[in-house]
Design a protein around this ligand. Structure first.
Ligand SMILES: Nc1ncnc2c1ncn2[C@@H]1O[C@H](COP(=O)(O)OP(=O)(O)O)[C@@H](O)[C@H]1O
Ligand SMILES: [Mg+2]
Length: 215
């Protein structure tokens, strides 16, 4: 499936990326709205580390993160190193200098915070002591909106005030929706839109050639 639209969001991300200083972007929005797809599109052709968090225990996730870092940076030595906390991990990444800004994206970040309640404080400390002054763009993305608020956006969160930008990803509007289809009949498309809505995942399920609406 081809990538459609999200021009405004991509523009925000590119603007953050082109800043001389570090950037820290929070992306949130309901499941299936296109967060992962947006991140994938954005990091294409950029030096990046993409990590999908889950509900496994933290130690296993740090181990998995380490593997992703080793592969993304093509670092064979790292695989054999013992690393058991986030701070050491990020310090290790920035022992080296990179030619371009390095993007580190942690998707479904709220799961990690569920597994360890101290994650927001840990990442705050990592941001303040390791990442803030590096040529880095940190992206934290998440689906559970209320949880993402508590973790990263509310003033009660340790991460509050660190982000340089935030993106609330919403379902696509009708003008964006149209671009998913080859037919150009606006009335028909409006009928489709009223049924499917603007969540890309559901648009994908929809086969325009096999649907005949009796209206
Ligand atoms: N901009 C887009 N253009 C085309 N397809 C998209 C777009 N955004 C999302 N999709 C499709 O919708 C589905 C759900 O998107 P995904 O990025 O997994 O959502 P999320 O990460 O928010 O749960 C994916 O299968 C993807 O192919
Ligand atoms: Mg996703």
């Amino acid at each position: 499936m081809k990538f459609i639209n999200r021009e405004r969001e991509l523009e925000t991300l590119e603007k953050e990326y082109s800043k001389k200083s570090s950037s820290f972007v929070v992306i949130y929005g309901r499941r299936r709205v296109g967060k992962t797809t947006l991140i994938e599109k954005f990091i294409q052709n950029k030096p990046s580390i993409y990590f999908l968090a889950d509900l496994q225990n933290e130690k296993l996730q740090i181990e998995r993160f380490k593997t992703v870092v080793a592969e993304s940076l093509d670092d064979k030595l790292l695989k054999s190193l013992q690393i058991d906390n986030w701070e050491t991990m990020f310090n290790y990444i920035f022992q080296k200098e990179y030619k371009e800004k390095l993007v580190i994206a942690i998707d479904e970040f709220q799961y990690l915070a569920k597994v360890n309640k101290a994650i927001p404080s840990i990442f705050q400390s990592v941001w303040d002591t390791v990442l803030k002054n590096k040529d880095v763009m940190l992206i934290l993305s998440g689906s559970l909106i209320s949880l993402m608020y508590n973790i990263a956006l509310n003033y009660t969160s340790p991460l509050y005030g660190r982000r340089t930008s935030q993106i609330k990803l919403s379902p696509v509007n009708f003008f964006e929706f149209r671009k998913f289809f080859s037919i150009k009949d606006n009335d028909k498309l409006l009928q489709f839109y009223s049924i499917i809505g603007g969540v890309p995942k559901y648009i994908e399920f929809f086969d325009e050639k096999r649907v005949y609406l009796k209206i």
